[in-house]
Design a protein. Structure first.
Length: 240
């Protein structure tokens, strides 16, 4: 009788543990989805504001040309082209959630006075991973890069490079923060490591690696100027 009661308690505790793990997993998924949708909304707001500004710029340019102030009109157009091009440079892929994330992070970098560059040479058309889940992983790496870069006095810079080969997609997030040694890199991907003890490189890296388990991998390398974190995703068509 006593053994049966203990067994029943253990079964109930085990069931509660499984339910808690499931609920936490769903909560994380919902949180990432909400963030992805919010980024898309912010991108739409940027595009609406850009369209409104464009009409205003046309009026100013028309006025300058009407006054035959051609040199001033040329300089004015150069300035607004640079600003508009900065927004459009991030919109390179077929994944609207990724584009929205990059634009949101670009705005955040500008606010934090961090130079932010994006070079996307892939459409990401054959990605099997859910967009919101990939956004969560990529956002983690970019946030870590911002945190690491904020600790340096000058030359605060973050680069994003998105490219592909025949078998995989690659997302490189580079920053000018402090370089980590091999032991620190290994520690950054262990469960429980945070930015508090890895100087901006540990936030969520274990969760990123876990999320990518069935789709690819993530790793870090030390560079002359700082650190590079790379996500590799297998293409859906050739995934084994």
């Amino acid at each position: 009788m006593e053994f049966g009661l203990v067994f029943l308690i253990l079964c109930v505790n085990g069931l509660l543990l499984v339910i808690n793990i499931f609920l936490i997993s769903k909560w994380r998924q919902n949180k990432q989805q909400i963030t992805a949708y919010r980024n898309i909304e912010l991108l739409n707001n940027d595009l609406r504001a850009q369209r409104h500004d464009f009409l205003n710029h046309l009026q100013v340019t028309y006025g300058l040309i009407e006054l035959q102030a051609y040199e001033e009109a040329f300089h004015y157009l150069n300035k607004i082209y640079g600003k508009i091009n900065q927004l459009n440079n991030n919109i390179k892929t077929e994944k609207i959630a990724i584009n929205a994330l990059l634009q949101t992070k670009s705005n955040e970098a500008e606010h934090k006075r961090i130079r932010f560059y994006v070079n996307a040479s892939s459409s990401l058309s054959e990605i099997e991973m859910e967009e919101w889940e990939l956004c969560g992983c990529l956002s983690n790496l970019i946030d870590n890069a911002f945190e690491a870069t904020s600790r340096v006095a000058d030359d605060k810079c973050v680069w994003i490079r998105i490219f592909e080969d025949m078998h995989s997609y690659f997302f490189e997030v580079a920053n000018t923060g402090r370089r980590l040694n091999e032991e620190e890199i290994a520690s950054a991907f262990r469960e429980g490591t945070t930015s508090k003890n890895q100087e901006g490189h540990g936030l969520g890296l274990f969760l990123v690696k876990k999320a990518l388990k069935n789709y690819g991998d993530v790793w870090a390398t030390s560079a002359e100027y700082g650190m590079i974190f790379t996500i590799k995703l297998f293409k859906a068509a050739i995934k084994t």
